[in-house]
Design a protein around this ligand. Structure first.
Ligand code: 4AD
Ligand code: MG
Length: 435
């Protein structure tokens, strides 16, 4: 007999079916026994009656433990009173894999188990419907973004995660021993994205791990996260990248509502599809914040509290969850960001904030090698130490720009999760390397 998924039971009322899944809940009364069975598609009440259900099946249920994997053959029947509208009368039951009891964590909806303990037993934790739903949504986000970028002519590339090249900030590099030679874990595909814009693809993207040796203990930083990076050639300026991101988020929210509506409902989140993402310069953002009593110097970055407040002010003024902050000061941007013609202290760059948290950083890149070398010098670097990077710009490199998102942060913000760790199956932070 072929397996039937729980979601397809309503189509099989009255017909004998074979179900396979985990025992979510057991209730043994003297004359009637219930097993709530769960598979990847949902859960369902199955039941056995003394005298009606074959004795061996009825008696076996007493020995079954919670979270064991079982196979049940039975007949779905309508029952208006059950919350499923149907239930399954057990004919036979077989234990495929017994679960030890008690479980090391409580994975029920009423669970008080703290996140640390939950992460130690993540594979039990994800058997909870809500936690499972987070990763269904995350998977959809990846797919929707991938489809969107494919539709815009981007090529999905894979670049090395073991590298000698770093351009973000030296302090954030993880050094590893590579047959006795020092080498780093990639902190961004930045260089390789630019390399293959110049390599004739014009438009490339990558969804892959990014490593940052940041000793941050916050609810939005990890030492390993999943970067969603894209880079595009032949742009007139950075606004073209922002236009594309705007379109991407409109598409993302629209498609998520269609494809993960049930999961969003289960997780209690509602989203209105954005139509336009407001844009303001860093200067304007600081003025808005100054009016609320916060103070910043010209070259300062926004602090997390400032970003949070800005998110609230933007929501009030523009009724938008998103905002682009543009024209970041040169002082706080990497050397490869292009400067505007008329503003040597600025950059043609932006961040996108989502409900007051940075989810991406992007910019037009400096593709003119002479100017790039000057900019490196200004930051105390030397292009001679980055020969492989310099070569990209020597043999015909189009004007280009791009952006890096954190998939984990997008998921966290979209699902309004308190902690980024909720959005990552097995997060890595300065304290957590296992499992
Ligand atoms: O702002 P970041 O460092 O920018 C870059 O990596 C550039 N190369 C991107 C570019 O193309 N210009 O990182 C990009 C995004 C952040 O906005 C954030 O969403 C996420 O990556 N991110 C982190 N997520 C989790 N933990 C961390 N430690 C993160 N650091 C950055
Ligand atoms: Mg950033």
């Amino acid at each position: 007999m072929e397996r039937t998924l729980i979601q397809d039971l309503t189509k099989n009322v009255g017909k004998e079916v074979l179900l396979q899944g985990w025992v979510q809940e057991l209730r043994n009364l003297s004359k009637i026994k219930f097993i709530i069975l769960r598979d990847r598609s949902g859960d369902m009440q199955t039941l056995a009656f003394k005298g009606e259900t074959p004795d061996d099946a009825f008696n076996l249920i007493d020995t079954v433990t919670n979270e064991s994997v079982v196979e049940i053959v039975g007949i779905p029947k309508e029952n208006k009173e059950s919350r499923w509208g149907i239930e399954v009368m057990i004919n036979s039951i077989k234990v495929l894999s017994e679960s030890a009891v008690p479980l090391p964590i409580d994975n029920s909806d009423k669970s008080q188990t703290n996140i640390d303990k939950r992460l130690d037993f993540r594979f039990l934790d994800t058997r909870n419907k809500k936690h499972h739903a987070i990763f269904t949504v995350r998977s959809k986000i990846s797919k929707i973004v991938t489809n969107f970028l494919d539709g815009k002519g981007f090529t999905n590339i894979n670049t090395p995660k073991i590298t000698t090249l770093g351009v973000e900030s030296g302090a954030e590099l993880f050094k590893v021993d590579y047959f006795g030679k020092p080498i780093y874990l990639s902190q961004s595909p930045q260089i390789y994205k630019q390399m293959f814009v110049a390599g004739g693809f014009e438009r490339v993207y990558e969804i892959a791990p990014v490593f940052r040796a940041e000793k941050s203990h916050t609810t939005r930083h990890l030492t390993e996260f999943t970067g969603v990076d894209f880079e595009m050639g032949f742009i007139k300026d950075e606004t073209e990248i922002m236009d594309l991101i705007e379109e991407m988020f409109i598409d993302l929210v629209t498609m998520l509502k269609k494809e993960a509506g049930d999961e969003l409902t289960l997780l209690g989140v509602e989203h209105t599809v954005p139509t336009k993402i407001p844009r303001m310069t860093m200067k304007e953002a600081k003025e808005m914040l100054k009016a609320k009593g916060r103070s910043y110097k010209d070259d300062d970055d926004l602090d997390p509290e400032g970003e949070k407040l800005l998110g609230k002010l933007v929501k009030k003024k523009f009724d938008s969850d998103f905002v682009f902050v543009t024209n970041f000061p040169w002082e706080i941007r990497p050397f490869y960001h292009m400067k505007p013609e008329d503003d040597p202290k600025g950059t043609k760059s932006f961040d996108l904030l989502f409900n007051g948290v940075e989810i991406c950083t992007g910019a037009q890149r400096e593709h003119r090698l002479d100017i790039l070398s000057e900019q490196a010098k200004e930051k105390g670097m030397d292009m001679k130490d980055m020969v492989k990077y310099a070569e990209i710009f020597k043999y015909g490199c189009p004007p280009h720009g791009g952006v890096g998102f954190g998939l984990d942060r997008i998921t966290q913000r979209l699902l309004q999760l308190d902690n980024i760790r909720e959005a990552v199956l097995l997060p890595r932070d300065p304290e957590r390397m296992d499992p």
